[in-house]
Design a protein around this ligand. Structure first.
Ligand code: HEC
Length: 145
């Protein structure tokens, strides 16, 4: 899945100590993998669509970015959960699952529903069983229709 494009990276972790709290291991992995050459402030709070991020990841890999499989998986999770726009009417099931924080089954139900009728707003999305209203609320600025 989405980690695949990062999976070629080899282990070369350089821990930048003290810059992020250990409370979020995904963010910690982002700091370790992406904070080696520049501050992660260059992309935090600047969401992009997932294919744009994949272009950035490819570019950074070219420049020498690398990490363990576990770190790259965490980086993928962090970017999907915090920094990625999703269009629930056009995006892939994987992107929907990642951004909305739902399982493949719920993402599949969203796809099936939009094929019958596209989602018009957040309320319609919230009505899908398994979608967490609090997660939707906190990520709504990145959910497009
Ligand atoms: C091996 C060093 C290195 C690592 C590791 C690295 N980058 Fe970069 N990154 C660069 C360099 C060099 C630039 C400047 C490119 C330029 O100015 O053309 C850059 C620029 C960027 C930019 C553009 C910033 C701007 O506004 O111009 C983004 C976004 C970015 N990196 C994201 C990431 C992400 C995400 C990761 C982790 C997956 C990462 N980088 C890891 C070297 C690195």
């Amino acid at each position: 899945m989405t980690a695949g494009c990062l999976a070629g990276w080899i282990a070369a972790a350089t821990v930048v100590a003290g810059t992020v709290s250990a409370a979020d291991p995904d963010l910690e992995a982002v700091q370790t993998v992406c904070g080696r050459c520049h501050t992660i402030a260059v992309f935090l709070d600047k969401p992009l669509a997932w294919d744009r991020w994949n272009d950035v990841f490819a570019d950074m890999t070219q420049r020498g970015a690398s990490g363990t499989d576990e770190q790259l998986e965490r980086v993928t999770t962090y970017f999907l959960e915090h920094l990625t726009f999703v269009n629930v009417n056009t995006s892939t099931a994987e992107e929907i699952a990642g951004v909305l924080g739902v399982g493949d089954d719920v993402a599949g139900a969203i796809i099936a529903s939009r094929q019958r009728q596209p989602f018009a707003n957040l309320a319609e999305l919230r009505a899908v069983p398994g979608v967490d209203p609090a997660t939707l609320e906190s990520r709504k600025s990145r959910i497009l229709f």
